[in-house]
Each structure stands twice: as structure tokens, then as C-alpha cells.
Design a protein around this ligand. Sequence first.
Ligand code: SF4
Length: 352
Amino acid sequence: MQLSEIVDPLISWYARCARELPWREKITPYRVWVSEIMLQQTRVEAVKGYFVRFINELPEVSALAQVPEERLLKLWEGLGYYSRARNLQKAARVICEQHGGSLPASYEQLIALPGIGPYTAGAISSIAFGLPEPAVDGNVLRVVSRLRASSADIAQMKVRREIEQDLRAIMPSGAAAGLFNQSLMELGATVCGPNGPPNCDACPLNVFCEGRAQGIATQLPVKAPAKPRRIEERTILVIERDGLIALRRRPSRGLLAGLWELPSLAGKVEQHAQLVAHVRNMGLEPIKLEPLPPSKHIFTHLEWHMTGVRVLVDDSETSQPLVWASPLQVTKKYALPSAFEAYIAPIKNINF
Ligand code: SF4
């Protein structure tokens, strides 16, 4: 099979079958950029609402460059991987300072911006500027591996680069560049998907596909397993005082850097005396403790296995750097990572 054979059938299929998505309307470099960053590691369905809200509030690069970080993180709340939001803002500031407020129409200049890697630079270059640059994500790696019946390990950078090079060689230019990249990703997202067998009958490339012809498409692509995630036990404290909830800021570096969180202790702490001692160490006087259901959150390389405790405290002062937030402020003002969702969701619905 020649890879070049797939270009035209894919683009015509995309014209007929592409899903309607908010970022595919009114294509601008800024909208493409924001949507591509949001879509990293995140499902399309989850991104739709976030994208619309983000663009309505920050409709252009200068608005993103100027928005207070607290508000930016609130707009991102629940999407996870918050460094993406911070890098968006860093890049927006560079774009305002060095590129006159518009994204540069150059792959090299795009990839030099914070948070933009080869995939995103390729997507913006091709979709927004019509440049013949490939945009290779997991969907594209899967489709190409199946088309070629290739058992090369797509976890290897070398394999990824080879696929990138091969696609660059067949990329059309102008508007077709963006359509080609989007059609390949769309096929991987909707027809030649990651879970379960591919829907080869509906595939515009089925006559070319060697994986299908050899009956091995479902076993492809080959991807070396990632290292198992580290498991960390944590005890989450939902501390209430006069109808307010205690929040604290996480350290400025590391996991969930700088975000607000519920106070917590390392390990699974269930002993009443130990919990009381910990809360007193925080400068608070517990009146009542109630266990909350366990919860789990999965990060890329880490899992938090959480136990929750609701702690009612009296109104004595604390020496800890806590803020006391109302349910409305928890909903509207403070950005809390979705790791705490199991404990935060009930608070948002409370009328104290
Ligand atoms: Fe994927 Fe099947 Fe299409 Fe091949 S024919 S690219 S395996 S959906």
C-alpha cells in the first residue's frame, strides 16, 4: 500500500462524516490552539463545554494573556493537567510581546512557544495556516499502524518520528493540509478507535488496509506497556466551620501546583485520636468527625486512593494558611482539581 493513496478518500469521507464540534466552526489560529491544548488527554465530549465557556470569556490572545491566574484556573477546573492552562497563558504573553498578538504562521515559531509540542504545532500549522505539517497523535499512530499492518512499537519515539516523516511526504498543502490531518484524527476517533474492534465496514480506507486484509487490525498497534502507576493513600479532610469549608493552596511546584485543595494527610488515617490530633495541630478544635465514602483519582503516573472525613470545628482561629470558602465560592471562585470531586460535589449543593 502507498500511503499517498489515502489522501483523497480520507478528505472526501471527512467532508461527509465529520462531527460538528464547536472549534470546527469559525476556524482561527487561536481557537485551534485552545481546542488542541484542551483535547490533549481529554475526551471530546468533556472539552466541548469548556471550550465554549473559555472562548466566550477569553475570545482572543490578549485576553488570555491578561486574565488573572485564579480565574484562568477556574475556567480550567475539572479538565486536569493544569500546567496546560498555565502554559497557554505563558505562550499568550510571548505571542503578545513577540508576535504582535497573533499566533505565528510558522511551525518552528509555534513549537518554540510554551506548551506547544510537535503534534500541536502540526495541528495549528495545518488547520489554521494551511501548512503541510503532519499532526501525529495516538489516533493517527493507530490508524497508520493498522493500515500498514505494522507491529512497530508506537511507544518508541523513533517509530513516531518515522510515521511523522512518512506523512509529511504525502501532505497536501493549503486548506487540504488541515482537512487531511483532521480526517486522519477523526477516523481514529470514530471508526478506527482504540477500544474494541475497528469498524472496517464503515472505513473509507478499507480497500487499502493491510491490517484488515491480514485479519490483525484489532491486535494493532503494538504499544509497550507503561510502568504501573504508583499508588498513594491519602486522607481528605472536609473541614467545616460556620458553614464555610477550609481550603489550602498546594505548593507552587509538583503535582497540581498552586491549585486549591482540601487539607489532607498522607496515608489512610481512620483512628479517631489520630485525626483529632492532626486537626488540633492545624490550630483547629474538632467538635465532630464523620467518615465519608472512599474515592479514587487516577493521574498519569499516580493513583490517589482516598479516604474522606468530615470534620466540624468550632470557631477558634488557626495558624495554618487556610482560607474559609462558602459553597458558592467553592463553585465560582476557587479552582479545585477534579481529584477532590467526590468530596467537593456534595459541598457545592449544600445550603448551609
Ligand atoms: Fe482501521 Fe479497519 Fe479502516 Fe483499517 S480498514 S484503517 S483497521 S477501520
